[in-house]
Design a binder for this molecule. Structure first.
Ligand SMILES: [Zn+2]
Length: 485
């Protein structure tokens, strides 16, 4: 693959569908909620019963506007809902209400950072609003072997579709863009970004072309990418497949592929449909959507500080390296947590280290969000202050942190009760050092004979005798003195 990519350039565009965080669906009053009993959140409108008429959800438009503004798109004062006609069992009306000719917004961009720190930017073609379809249930029921079920709770849930230009040059860029986009949607409270529950889904348009050639190759579209890992795997697989086809003298066919995560390959779903196959026409039951300046301004005012701005601010205000700032700002709640802890500890870099390593690790292990961390920011700051004051060693601090996580107790209480205070007091340490030297006369003699490595061995002995609580620098000094004498 590496060699092939020296000859061929990947060209990738992504279409992200994000469910909007509204209370109700896009055109009816049914609840927009994941996980309910199948077909309990439905009504004549979202079931597509004859005579039922759609009414547009204002909050959905406000959230779509926020998504557009947060990605620098131009919002169009007038956009038009259209019917996208196709038959599928999870689409009871036989068409999906979407936007086509006149979308809500066009031409924005999203900046993202690669693992090596390189900055990139992907152009957005458009953001439009549409309704979600229902869901086919192929497994999990006693009758699943013989038939499939359909759950229409999701039918009519509001979505924004965010379409990029074919600007992405490989799986790593696609992954980094998705990470940045998800962070923006979460910050702006447009979507919960939960890929497991399907509130963020992605289709990819993929082609290759010989390096140095400007024209685009024939593309395939991969559907059903429902995790970051699957996006990377599917793109890698599809790029390798296209290179193999071209190198064998064949041609890539324009088709729609389905990613099968269990088999780790793409399977052909249908030859690619063209827009005219959908017979789009303006939705006769809805007037054009007019978003005046006031509405757009209201949406703009409701936007919080976005990830890119916050990353810059954390780097300058707290003197953090760019890497730290980018990890800490991926989730708004994590950045909030860090800022609260750093202000209270007075040591931003040490606080950043604790958040990025221990706190995020424990959260990941427990599969929980930072809002439910058993160690709140003030408690983490307390731990950092104990280390900075020399009260506990860095090694002890790790154990104390584990106990804080398990019990929710503050660091100082654990240190006090369990007598974990670092031994920096010379008189106490001197006795232990003298005892260690006296217990091992042979090692002491070899040190005096010039075998300086024995010093490290003695440090180990003293640390053992103090249960790891001694200040290693003091131990070193006291040992040198004792061994010299
Ligand atoms: Zn409904």
């Amino acid at each position: 693959m590496r060699g092939a990519l020296a000859r061929f350039e990947p060209v990738i565009g992504l279409e992200v569908h994000a469910q909007l965080l509204t209370r109700t669906k896009l055109f009816c009053g049914c609840a927009n909620r994941f996980g309910a009993e199948p077909n309990t959140l439905v009504c004549p409108v979202c079931l597509g019963l004859p005579g039922a008429l759609p009414v547009l959800n204002r909050q959905a438009v406000t959230l779509a506007l926020r998504a557009a503004l947060a990605t620098g798109c131009t919002v169009h004062e007038v956009s038009v809902f259209e019917r996208k006609n196709y038959f599928y069992p999870d689409l009871p009306k036989g068409y999906q209400i979407s936007q086509y000719e006149r979308p809500l917004a066009t031409s924005g961009s999203v900046a993202f950072t690669l693992a090596d720190g390189a900055e990139r930017r992907v152009r957005l073609t458009r953001i439009h609003m549409e309704e979600d379809a229902g869901k086919l249930l192929h497994e999990g029921f006693p009758w699943s072997g013989e038939k499939s079920g359909v759950d229409l709770n999701r039918a009519g849930v509001p979505l924004v579709e965010i379409v990029t230009e074919p600007d992405l040059r490989g799986p790593e860029e696609a992954h980094a863009y998705l990470t940045a986009l998800r962070a923006i949607l979460l910050y702006a409270e447009v979507s919960d970004g939960n890929m497991e529950e399907g509130s963020l889904r992605c289709d990819a348009n993929v082609s290759i072309r010989p390096r140095g050639v400007a024209t685009l190759g024939t593309r395939t579209e991969i559907k059903n990418l429902n995790s970051f890992r699957n996006v990377s795997r599917a793109l890698e697989h599809e790029l390798a497949r296209q290179v193999a086809v071209v190198e064998a003298g064949g041609e890539v066919l324009q088709e729609t592929l389905l990613w099968d995560p269990d088999r780790g390959e793409t399977v052909s779903m249908r030859s690619k449909e063209e827009a005219h196959d959908y017979r789009y026409f303006p939705e006769p039951d809805l007037p054009p959507l007019v978003t005046g300046a006031e509405w757009v301004e209201e949406a703009r005012r409701s936007l919080p500080e976005l990830p890119a701005e916050r990353r810059l601010r954390l780097a300058t205000e707290y003197g953090l390296p760019g890497y730290d700032a980018s990890v800490l700002t991926q989730e708004r709640a994590v950045a909030d947590y860090f800022e609260a802890a750093a202000r209270s500890s007075g040591n931003p870099k040490a606080t950043s280290n604790w958040v990025m390593t221990e706190v995020l690790r424990k959260l990941k292990e427990g599969g929980r969000g930072i809002a439910s961390s058993p160690v709140p920011p003030a408690a983490l700051a307390g731990l950092v202050r104990l280390i900075d004051a020399g009260t506990i060693s860095g090694k002890t601090a790790k154990d104390v942190f584990e106990r804080m996580w398990a019990t929710g107790e503050p660091a100082a209480a654990i240190v006090e009760r369990e007598g974990l205070t670092q031994l920096s007091d010379d008189s106490a340490l001197e006795a232990i050092v003298a005892e260690a030297v006296a217990s091992f006369p042979e090692q002491a003699a070899s040190y005096r004979a010039g075998k300086t490595a024995a010093l490290g061995w003695f440090v180990g002995q003293v640390m053992k005798r103090t249960g790891g609580r001694a200040n290693p620098q003091r131990v070193n000094e006291l040992l040198r003195r004792a061994l010299a004498g």
